[in-house]
Design a protein around this ligand. Structure first.
Ligand code: SF4
Length: 324
């Protein structure tokens, strides 16, 4: 297996691509020695194509709860009985304050997120103002994750200073109907294609542990590769009480590390971003995720759950030899 891994790595390093059957052999490996070999080669690929730079992104949950959609993992869906707090859209000043805090603890990017199916024209002016001020007043790179959007809304956000938009595919096409019925995988794909048409960078990834197979994880990664995403957030399910997936068992650290390493082979140039669920699921193996090809991090907490102290993450990245 060691020979096979280095052969595929050499091809990827030369600008070639890994095939689906090769990725499948990698993701089916069970032993730590093989996974460590895979991680070592994934690190070579990461260093060649993206260097030692790591992206630090902070989020603000600018509008929380009572979402009309029925994503089974999400505590913000109005369909489930969860204890998540609900509030309407923050005003631009509140969002900017959160961006200032994020800058203080080291974030470089700042993503404004709303728990909504899509963006309403009523909310658009507030969000455009927030984007503009996050960029000009705070000096962070503003991103948005506002659900489904129209061409005109995207143009206005872009004019305000937004250059990247997050819209996760979440999981493989074949598994998507098992986790959401209010909209389709194709709806999400259409939005991602729309982003490209508007010249925006794409941030799109998914969640491990939604009951998908390993093969379906690969299908997600290859779909992201086809879209040539700039950033792929990899979240690991942190089961939320009251959601239909509250009893799901998330993948263990070795499975997560192996999946990240395999994703690095499939997406050699993308930022692979560790997102929600990393602390609770990777536990003492968080450093291993970076030694397996990850090179971006959400710091300072997530939408409905807390993260660990940003200073701990900054120390970890320094120890690993990354530059922010
Ligand atoms: S669309 Fe987003 S906020 Fe709404 S239920 Fe799905 S994941 Fe949650």
């Amino acid at each position: 297996m060691k020979h096979q891994i280095s052969e595929v790595a050499e091809r990827v390093l030369q600008g070639g691509a890994i095939t689906f059957p090769e990725a499948q052999r990698f993701i089916e490996m069970e032993g730590w020695p093989e996974v460590l070999e895979l991680a070592a080669q994934a690190t070579r690929i990461r260093e060649k194509f993206t260097g030692k730079e790591v992206d630090l992104c902070a989020l603000v949950n600018a509008k929380s709860g009572q979402c009309s959609e029925d994503c089974k993992f999400c505590s913000q869906s109005g369909h489930w009985n969860t204890d998540v707090s609900s509030y309407p859209l923050m005003d631009a000043g509140q969002i900017v304050e959160r961006a200032k805090q994020a800058k203080e603890f080291g974030a470089k990017r700042f993503c404004i997120v709303t728990a909504t199916r899509g963006l309403s024209d009523r909310d658009l002016p507030v969000l455009c103002e927030a984007v503009r001020r996050v960029k000009e007043e705070v000096g962070l790179v503003p991103e948005c994750s506002l659900g489904f959007v129209t061409d005109d809304q995207l143009e206005q956000l872009k004019a305000a200073g937004m250059s990247r938009y997050n819209h996760n595919l979440e999981t493989a096409e074949g598994h998507f109907p098992n986790i959401c019925t209010a909209h389709t995988y194709q709806d999400r794909l259409n939005t991602l294609k729309m982003l490209r048409r508007h010249g925006l960078e794409i941030c799109s990834g998914g969640i491990l542990g939604l009951g998908e197979s390993r093969q379906e994880r690969l299908q997600l990664a290859f779909a992201l590769a086809e879209l040539d995403v700039e950033c792929a957030p990899i979240n690991v399910l942190n089961p939320r009480p009251g959601t239909p997936l509250e009893a799901n068992a998330p993948p263990d650290p070795k499975e997560v590390v192996k999946t990240i390493a395999t994703f690095r082979f499939i997406l050699p140039r993308a930022k692979l971003e560790l997102g929600g669920g990393r602390e609770v699921n990777l536990r003492d193996f968080q450093a291993m995720a970076f030694l397996a090809g990850a090179n971006s991090l959400i710091i300072g907490g997530y939408l409905t759950t807390r993260g660990r102290q940003p200073a701990q993450d900054l120390q970890l990245l320094k120890d690993l030899g990354f530059t922010v």
